[in-house]
Ligand binder design. Structure first.
Ligand SMILES: [Zn+2]
Length: 525
């Protein structure tokens, strides 16, 4: 079992404002990182921005600013969004930083020396938006980019190439030996059929027609082409090939560290084909998993600026709170599949899981403890069948949750916890505390309260990677000590005897579906 965890988001390409789609991927990585940290794994979580290339140079020129000014402004927008979403990244790397560009130059030099890179000439079909050359077969008779389906044009250019032929066998062997390397598995088949089996060309890694990139030291006509530059961020951020390689040694170089890259479908090819080749060329280990997340659309339509249907997370956070937005993203969509965002589904999801289930359980329990036990958690004495059942279910839930989280199945892991919350709510109905109180059965009544508190605290811990603010609120309501807050304390079923409980306001007010649907729809107009 690996005891360290390194997770990365894609480094975002700052050609558009950050929207809920960006927030989705980063929030899922954040949940996975927080989950591992909570469970005692040494964890490192990286995000950043990919700031070079022809497209950015053009956009900056259109706006009448320098490319650096342009990317500075956009990187700041991403930082603000991550702060608002409570993202717990350990670092934010920008490819225009010297700590990145210097190392990438030396990586290029190493590859050149090793004879993995050579100078040649490229003739082919070029897609400007994707900054990719394509072959005749790839663009087909229609001459459309196989990635974005836009028209391509013929272009010729002197450039450096990376010898893919040298590594293609090793990479496909790695797929076979590591069935989870590319997940979902459908993506692996797509990579094999669309790219590898059709024959892989050598990869163009430098350009001469624009200059917004990292210069090639050996030949200053050239700047590094975006992929060799961008992908290396995952190791340059850790201090690879510098005089301070501590993080690199601690995480990347340690086989006990699980390395996970989360990527969008549009950049899968670069992460599962070329990135492993670059690493092999440098004599470095490969990541454990490249996980392809799905895309969110709005009411069944792709979100895009030109359609005017982009949802920004900021007004949602402002109106509903960050935990609510995080919960919706994590629970509503199965990570790895495409998801349909609808305003109704947002309001319904919040009501069902947070207001009616979790929030309601906390509210009822704190009220009953203040009513029946003057706000002090009673002791569990002589537990009956139901109490034992819930203890067993708690154990099972924790195990299932951990396994699912480790397999990056976030929504499914949360389902396990929601199930335990349901059981706890049903347990109130079945044991009828109001009857126990009337009949003076104090010990039984105390057991019900003790078990409810235990279930609430356990569920709160398991949900805390998602509900970052609410979990703190609930810990306060039950006046937990540091020890009681620890993850290990879950094993100690019902260890809260004597804690003072506060009766707080409802954690999640119930939403009026019609009103909120109208509100969210108004944001996209
Ligand atoms: Zn394209």
């Amino acid at each position: 079992m690996k005891n360290k965890f390194y997770i990365t988001t894609p480094i975002y390409y700052p050609s558009a404002d950050a929207h809920i789609g960006h927030a989705y991927c980063t929030t899922m990585c954040d949940i996975l990182a927080r989950n591992k940290r909570m469970r005692g794994f040494e964890t490192y979580f990286l995000t950043g921005t990919d700031e070079h290339g022809e497209k950015i140079q053009k956009k900056a020129a259109e706006k009448g600013v320098s490319p650096q000014e342009y990317v500075d402004e956009i990187a700041e927008k991403f930082r603000k969004l991550w702060a608002a979403m409570k993202i717990s990244n350990d670092d934010f790397i920008r490819t225009t930083e010297e700590r990145h560009s210097k190392v990438v130059q030396s990586i290029f030099s190493k590859m050149l020396k090793n004879d993995d890179i050579y100078l040649g000439k490229y003739e082919g079909w070029y897609c400007t938006p994707c900054e990719s050359f394509w072959t005749e077969t790839q663009v087909g008779e229609e001459h459309l980019c196989p990635d974005c389906h836009r028209p391509v044009h013929k272009a010729e250019e002197e450039c450096y190439f990376f010898k893919t032929s040298k590594y293609v066998e090793k990479v496909t062997k790695h797929y076979q030996l590591n069935p989870k390397f590319i997940t979902p598995v459908s993506r692996k088949n797509e990579m094999m059929n669309t790219f590898i089996n059709k024959g892989l060309d050598d990869l163009c890694v430098s350009r001469t027609t624009f200059n917004w990139g990292i210069p090639v030291v050996e030949n200053n006509k050239h700047v590094l082409y975006v992929w060799l530059d961008a992908l290396c961020n995952y190791i340059t951020a850790l201090g690879y090939d510098t005089d301070h390689p501590e993080l690199f040694n601690k995480f990347w170089a340690d086989e006990n560290c699980e390395i996970v890259h989360v990527v969008g479908a549009d950049i899968t090819r670069f992460h599962v084909i070329y990135w492993p080749m670059f690493l092999l060329s440098l004599g470095l280990r490969l990541p454990d998993r490249v996980f392809v997340h799905g895309l969110l659309d709005l009411n069944g339509e792709k979100m895009s600026k030109s359609r005017g249907n982009v949802v920004s997370p900021f007004p949602l956070i402002e109106r509903y709170g960050v935990d609510t937005v995080r919960w919706f993203l994590a629970k509503e969509f199965s990570f790895g599949s495409d998801g349909k965002f609808t305003p109704e589904s947002f309001a319904e999801r919040i009501n069902i899981d947070l207001a009616n289930n979790y929030g309601n359980l906390v509210n009822r329990t704190t009220s009953m403890i203040s009513k029946y036990f003057e706000g002090v958690v009673p002791e569990l004495k002589n537990p009956g069948e139901k109490e034992k059942e819930i203890r067993e279910l708690t154990k099972k839930t924790v195990k299932a949750y951990e396994n699912l989280m480790d397999d990056l199945k976030i929504s499914e892991a949360l389902n396990e916890v929601v199930n335990l919350l349901n059981v706890a709510n049903k347990y109130i109905e079945e044991s009828q505390p109001w009857v126990l109180s009337k009949e003076g059965r104090v010990e039984e009544l105390g057991n019900v309260m003790a078990v409810l508190v235990s279930s609430i605290v356990t569920c709160t811990k398991l949900l805390s990677p998602v509900l970052v603010e609410t979990s703190e609120k609930v810990y306060k309501l039950f006046n937990l000590t540091e020890e009681q807050k620890s993850y290990e304390f879950i094993e100690k079923f019902c260890g809260f005897t004597g804690n003072n409980v506060e009766k707080g306001a409802p954690l999640f007010p119930r939403l009026d579906i019609k009103v909120e649907t109208e509100y969210i729809n108004s944001l996209t107009k």
